[in-house]
Design a protein around this ligand. Structure first.
Ligand code: NAD
Length: 361
């Protein structure tokens, strides 16, 4: 049966990197027998430009019917003055919410070929393989009430609400324990239970769910310590589970351990394994249109899609191997180059396709 993949390029470099991932899909269709139909739709600034809103109804309908969604990036300076509801970021937040994509998987893997690109000493990061599981549809990014109000003295105050219901904590805990079971069975839950009541509940629920997973070793860590440990001794972690806000920040720190944000894929899953797959980085307006963005995070996101939503683990592995091979061959986009010859976005995509084709023969 053919899988339906919704393809949402978005803005900025989103368009350029998605084009390379589509080349890889076409190669899988032609040479590896992948049965998949692609359906393109507008999101973010592109959605606003075409339909007047960042998540057009047509786009949501296409995503609802798809088995998986391949997403580029959204945002750009030209949209910053729009009212909040119309900004590109709202398109992605609403899509995650509408599809109940509550579990965000962000692997931080350091390819041995890029160990020198990390800002840390290579012995601290060589062989790094962490999975950060970030709660994605709750917490302070969605909590009500929120806003900016005027006080009696005329001063304005901004406010947001950090709220987690028990069922939200339970389902992200299960998702993280399930992933830990497939890995080294070590789960570290990151919170701020020394200050926040919501974290106290988070910790209590995590500890309760741990009872269902006796093979997994659960530990707890405060977020300030976790951010320190991630740069001090990152290899102590296997799987980290945390809230939306903390996960947003910690996963970017983990990203830099690997040298480039341009190498990091991510997945956001619902409870049935349907997912949205996107690079961790944004639309990079500073390099958009120059043809120099690294497409590997997006291509690796496609590999995650094949593994987690399309049950094609072997094809996923083949893409990951092809990426390793092009790095071995010395292909580098500017963000991961250390004085080597650099290649364009399109050259990097072509190199991955060539490596895949070579493995099909
Ligand atoms: P960013 O990730 O777009 O860029 C940060 C830095 O990393 C920039 O210097 C950029 O050139 C570089 N970079 C990012 N991706 C790269 C790639 N593939 N190859 C080479 N270099 C790369 O973050 P930002 O600059 O803070 O945000 C820019 C816009 O993206 C904003 O509008 C923001 O809201 C949006 N954003 C979107 C997402 C998303 O779509 N999921 C995520 C983060 C930020």
């Amino acid at each position: 049966m053919s899988s339906k993949i919704a393809v949402l390029a978005g803005d900025g470099i989103g368009v350029e990197i998605i084009a390379e991932a589509v080349k890889v899909i076409q190669c899988l269709q032609q040479d590896f027998g992948l049965a998949a139909e692609l359906e393109y739709a507008a999101i973010g600034g592109a959605g606003y430009d075409q339909y007047g809103k960042p998540l057009p109804d047509e786009t949501l309908a296409i995503c609802e019917q798809a088995d998986a969604i391949l997403f580029g990036a959204i945002g750009g300076p030209e949209y910053e003055d729009l009212q909040r509801e119309l900004r590109p970021e709202k398109g992605l937040l609403n899509l995650r919410s509408a599809l109940s994509l509550f579990s965000n998987l962000r692997p931080a893997i350091l390819y041995p070929q890029l160990a020198d690109a990390s800002s840390l000493k290579s012995e601290l990061v060589a062989g790094l393989d962490i999975m950060i599981v970030r709660e994605l549809t709750g917490g302070i990014y969605f909590g009500q009430p929120r806003g900016i109000r005027e006080l009696e003295n005329g001063e304005r105050e901004g406010f947001n609400t950090l709220v987690y219901a028990e069922h939200e904590i339970e389902r992200i805990a299960r998702s993280a324990f399930d992933i830990a079971m497939l890995r080294n069975r070590k789960l570290c839950s990151v919170d701020k239970a020394n200050v926040l009541e919501v974290s106290e509940l988070w910790r209590e629920v995590l500890t309760r769910v741990a009872g269902e997973y006796p093979q997994v070793e659960l530990s707890h860590m405060y977020v300030d310590n976790a951010s320190m440990q991630l740069v001090r001794a990152p290899k102590q972690f296997d799987v980290i589970v945390t809230t939306n806000l903390f996960g947003d920040i910690l996963s970017d720190t983990a990203a830099m351990l690997t040298g480039s944000i341009g190498m990091l894929p991510s997945a956001s899953l619902d409870k049935n394994g349907k997912g949205l797959y996107e690079p961790v980085h944004g639309s990079a307006p500073d390099i958009a249109g120059k043809g120099i963005a690294n497409p590997l995070a997006t291509i690796l996101s496609l590999a995650m899609m094949l593994r987690y939503s399309l049950q094609q683990a072997e094809l996923a592995q083949q893409i990951e191997t092809a990426v390793g091979n092009v790095l071995n061959q010395g292909f580098r986009t500017a963000d991961i180059a250390e004085g080597e010859h650099t290649v364009s976005t399109a050259d990097m995509g072509d190199a991955v396709v060539a490596a895949l084709r070579a493995s099909a023969k």
